[in-house]
Design a protein around this ligand. Structure first.
Ligand code: SAH
Length: 254
């Protein structure tokens, strides 16, 4: 095994969904002391303002269909910077292990024998649902909750086992949270209703959740395509009768 500079270290850190007050103490401490911060588009400006001015900042952000920096290059940047003997903070929106490719980045570090730690963050589902007043579970509404990626591969590119098992999602007493689902809203609506979920099932789109610009659009599954057309990224889709509680439990931005 190769010997690495003793200071080489990577902290894979979740920055939460946007509100800087939702950073963990550990995340806050690390961004104040890092040598290098590698961050993407979902990390809010308010959080980047808290990073020490002495850190080197590397933006590797991605927009849908505009991959600024391909994943293997991001992995390489982490390796290269760590091997310069730097403490690298890899800062990601939400939680690094929830639709964040954090696992892929760590696998590369393992291959290069670079030590690391993982700092969890508040994932968009928790942050957005809390700030929208939509409890993800509730004894009268939902006994389970599922996080699903809406970033679906086109049918002809799907490998076996990679497509979503819609039948198992289309259940009552269950909350569905779709990440990256805006563009796929018609596909989501169609598959859920074809598999038995009522078109009257309540749904919400939470845009830029936990930030001063948060917007919550609500309706029924039959309205989902239209709601999605009105929303911009990043947005989260929540489907399930818990959405009905929003009228009563709304508190943020009142
Ligand atoms: N690791 C992140 C998710 C990255 S995938 C996490 O744990 O939250 C990116 C998707 O997350 C976006 O397309 C959107 O669906 C969701 N998302 C992230 N931040 C959000 C926010 N502030 N408001 C609404 N959705 C958000």
């Amino acid at each position: 095994m190769t010997t690495q500079p003793s200071q080489a270290f990577v902290s894979l850190v979740g920055a939460g969904p946007g509100d800087p007050d939702l950073l963990t103490m550990k995340a806050y401490r690390l961004i104040q002391t890092a040598d290098v911060v590698v961050y993407d588009r979902l990390v809010s400006k308010e959080i980047m303002d808290l990073v020490t001015p002495y850190a080197e900042l590397l933006f590797v952000g991605k927009k849908l269909n505009h991959h600024c920096v391909p994943q293997d290059q991001i992995n390489q940047i982490l390796v290269d910077k760590a091997l310069e003997g730097k403490h690298v903070v890899r800062l990601k929106g939400g939680d690094p292990f929830i639709f964040g490719r954090g696992g892929e980045e760590l696998e590369t570090l393992v291959e290069h024998n670079i030590p690391f730690e993982v700092v969890p963050g508040i994932t968009a589902a928790s942050g957005c649902s809390a700030y929208a007043g939509i409890p993800l579970t509730h004894r009268d509404h939902a006994q389970s909750v599922q996080f699903i990626t809406g970033h679906l591969k086109p049918k002809n590119q799907q490998q076996e086992g990679q497509d979503i098992q819609w039948q198992s999602l289309a259940k009552n007493n269950h909350t569905l949270v779709f990440y990256m689902g805006l563009k796929q809203a018609p596909v989501i609506r169609q598959n859920l209703t074809e598999n038995g979920l009522s078109i009257n099932t309540p749904c919400a789109i939470i845009e830029r959740g936990t930030t001063a610009k948060q917007r919550v659009l609500t309706g029924m599954l039959s309205d989902l395509d239209n709601l999605a057309k009105q929303a911009i990224s990043p947005s989260l889709i929540i489907v399930g009768s818990v959405v009905n509680l929003q009228g009563k439990l709304k508190w943020f931005g009142k």
